[in-house]
Design a protein around this ligand. Structure first.
Ligand SMILES: Nc1ncnc2c1ncn2[C@@H]1O[C@H](COP(=O)(O)OP(=O)(O)OP(=O)(O)O)[C@@H](O)[C@H]1O
Length: 251
């Protein structure tokens, strides 16, 4: 569980986040949605400690991040897996070396244990036989799966995913969403996904947080979002005609 309590942040006198309170639940896919510039990235960076909020607290289970010493913070960081929007794979390393990278940096595993963990993670994301290829030699969807395998290599308690479906076709997006959702449940992780993808909201939106003008504007799930009477959320969600039709059929 990650709890955000009264977090606020301003840049150059402009209020970007105002008094945000959110509980991201363990074993669930928690989705953050909102228009461009609404403050989703700043909120995520405040959560993982990349930006210091002006006020408020962030708890990783019972640990309040800002009250921890350097070593304790480092420990929390090793419990966080990150899936970046552009995958952030190292082009000059093979798939196997990419997934092994966090283990080499942060674990005390020996070579054999690392190899075993890498093979397990690649198998879990349904990628086998690509260990010795380079990122440029596999498709975008496969690269995303490699990035997911790397994100879970250290058995994180918390998984942050930034736009996991950007640049992927709808079918591949569903595969990625389902993998993230299954892995979240299997490992009882607290997973946070920043997304613009309404398909993801409908597929895996167990908890959905709508950020608008730097505030938590609405909270619910994929069911309640379709019948919302919140005007701003409605304008955001039903900007696409497919979503409008889906809403009409669910009323
Ligand atoms: N380091 C910074 N210094 C000054 N302003 C910033 C900084 N980081 C973000 N902002 C501003 O904060 C606001 C919210 O930005 P943020 O990146 O959180 O939006 P977002 O909801 O993630 O948008 P997108 O969906 O396009 O990624 C924007 O107006 C942005 O210019």
């Amino acid at each position: 569980m990650i709890k955000i309590e009264n977090v606020s942040k301003a840049f150059n006198g402009e209020q970007i986040l105002s008094n945000i309170n959110i509980t991201y639940e363990r074993g669930k896919t928690n989705l953050i949605i909102g228009a461009s510039g609404s403050g989703k990235s700043v909120l995520t960076k405040c959560t993982v400690g990349l930006i210091k909020p002006d006020s408020g607290k962030v708890f990783f289970d019972d640990r309040e991040f800002t009250s921890l010493n350097t070593q304790e913070r480092q420990e929390v960081r090793t419990e966080i897996g990150m899936l970046f929007q552009g995958n952030a794979l190292f082009d000059s390393l093979t798939i196997e070396q990419n997934v092994m990278f966090p283990l080499q940096m942060h674990s005390s595993m020996n070579a054999e244990e690392m190899k075993e963990r890498v093979d397990f993670c690649l198998k879990r994301v349904q990628l086998e036989g690509v260990n010795h290829k380079y990122p440029a030699e596999i498709s975008g969807g496969m690269q995303k799966r490699v990035a997911l395998a790397r994100a879970i290599a250290m058995k994180p308690k918390y998984l942050f995913c930034d736009e996991p479906n950007s640049g992927l076709d709808p079918q591949t997006s569903i595969v990625i969403d389902q993998l993230i959702s299954e892995i979240t449940k299997e490992n009882d992780m607290t997973t946070i996904i920043v997304t613009h993808d309404m398909n993801s909201v409908m597929e895996i939106g167990e908890k959905v947080i709508f950020i608008h003008k730097g505030k938590k504007w609405w909270e619910g799930d994929s069911e309640t979002i379709l019948t919302t009477d919140n005007q701003e959320l409605s304008d955001f969600v039903f900007a696409s005609s497919v979503m409008k039709r889906l809403a009409r059929s669910s009323k």
